[in-house]
Design a protein around this ligand. Structure first.
Ligand SMILES: [Fe+2]
Length: 452
């Protein structure tokens, strides 16, 4: 197994397991059982399915192999909640997940408790190193699904005619809820009082390039697709000091960006025409004004003008970059620039759940989380599309067995995204982390960092 083992003692891994499991339930706390059945687009899964599938992972890859005498919770669950592991078992079509009215939510929650109790029995013994590696992988897998949960809920609520707000209903597992709500209110009340004046001016940081290294090294967890570390050659390049804002993207729209094929890749222009794209996924125009749907409900674009634009496809990111005379960074340029920087920013723990404005250091007004005030973060807010196709690194070897299907089999027709988003757990992201989606994907928290 090329997965790098955790260097944590078992007690710490047990605590990490418990924390991750608790937070998943916390994310679901504002949701009704009916909310948790919605699967509103092909990319999404119902929250109830996420709860069961993350549990299935520990049952299938840890308990069944490493806990002597473990008994399945239900005989059907191993295939029912398998996502895509062909060599593990057959599995239902993804689009059928919304039909899982059975098992009930209470049964799924009982499944979680059954697995959590079994995991505690495993921790009481002396799990072998391979079991510990699988538990670390399972915790990281569940963190991925925490992010997906929130991403999917945003889309589910967007499609609901009532346009409910997730965060106003209270969010467990985040800190300082009261003051955050106050800041949202502050943001809503500030309206258009010059938020653009506060944003960090767009600058480009220059990097020498040359012979560099990319890929994970050292102790600590990584996915197989971050290995092996290898050399890359980079010409001198420059990266923007912050992400492209909603206000800047609105200028692209106003300039006819969606009606001029010269800015678009051929496949991107075909997607614009086929899908009728005129703006990012959650933007809606009413009485000549754009509004943006968020996990805090619908906000006027004027309130988000200096916040990073999100929920755009790779094609839109690429077209915007071309319109500005710039380009998207390669994944290696981004990694070399981000390596060694602290994992700080508007990540899940901020509780903000919306890409937040970068505000110049020293200013103490505006809605941005404190972590964003330097304007220099490489992590959080939204994933940035890179110009790199998702391929295995030289010498890449997927994990052995069914877990080899985790990442490797998707290395076709997808683009790499870097940096995490406002719904990514901080413990989950790092400079070498490679996310990947097909270029037309818009349901993710995905945005733009320009390069030149
Ligand atoms: Fe999964």
């Amino acid at each position: 197994m090329s997965l790098i083992a955790s260097t944590l003692p078992e007690t710490s891994l047990a605590e990490r397991f418990r924390d991750v499991r608790r937070r998943t339930l916390g994310i679901c706390k504002p949701l009704s059982p009916e909310d948790m059945m919605v699967q509103s687009c092909p990319e999404a899964s119902p929250a109830k399915w996420h709860l069961a599938h993350t549990t299935w992972f520990f049952e299938s890859f840890v308990l069944r192999e490493f806990l002597p005498g473990y008994r399945l919770f239900k005989g059907d669950f191993p295939w029912l909640f398998n996502s895509y592991y062909e060599s593990f078992s057959p599995f239902p079509e993804k689009k059928l997940r919304a039909s899982f009215s059975r098992p009930s939510l209470s049964e799924v929650l009982a499944y979680r408790e059954h697995i959590d109790r079994a995991m505690e029995r495993l921790f009481e013994g002396e799990p072998e190193p391979e079991a510990l590696r699988r538990i670390e992988l399972g915790a990281n897998h569940e963190e991925q699904h925490q992010e997906l949960l929130l991403t999917d809920i945003l889309h589910a609520f967007f499609t609901n005619p009532l346009r409910p707000s997730y965060r106003d209903q209270g969010t467990e597992g985040t800190r300082d809820q009261g003051s955050k709500r106050a800041r949202v209110q502050e943001n809503r009340e500030e309206g258009t009082k010059g938020p653009r004046e506060r944003e960090v001016p767009l600058e480009f940081w220059r990097f020498d390039g040359g012979l560099c290294e990319a890929g994970h090294q050292g102790a600590g967890f990584c996915f197989d697709n971050e290995l092996p570390r290898h050399r890359v050659w980079l010409e001198p390049f420059a990266l923007a000091n912050r992400l492209v804002t909603c206000g800047e993207y609105a200028e692209f729209i106003a300039a006819g960006g969606y009606s001029k094929p010269e800015f678009w890749l051929s496949a991107g222009w075909a997607a614009v025409k086929a899908n009728g794209w005129r703006a990012p996924l959650y933007w809606r125009k009413e009485d000549g004004e754009w509004h943006v749907f968020t996990l805090c409900g619908e906000l006027a674009l004027a309130q988000l003008a200096s916040a990073p634009v999100s929920h755009i496809s790779h094609y839109e990111a690429d077209a915007y970059a071309r319109w500005t005379g710039k380009r998207l960074p390669t994944e290696f340029e981004w990694e070399v620039a981000a390596e060694g920087r602290p994992v700080e920013g508007n990540l899940l723990e901020s509780g903000w759940l919306i890409p937040a404005p970068s505000v110049e250091s020293g200013q103490n007004h505006g809605p941005a989380p404190l972590q964003n005030r330097s304007g220099a973060n490489f992590f959080g807010d939204c994933w940035v599309w890179t110009g790199s196709t998702y391929l295995g690194y030289p010498g890449f070897r997927p994990l052995s067995g069914a877990l080899g299907e985790y990442n490797g089999k998707f290395m076709s027709g997808q683009m790499v995204l870097r940096g995490g988003s406002c719904v990514t757990p901080a413990a989950h992201i790092r400079a070498t982390y490679r996310n990947f989606f097909s270029p037309e994907t818009r349901w993710q928290f995905s945005g733009i960092r320009l390069a030149t």
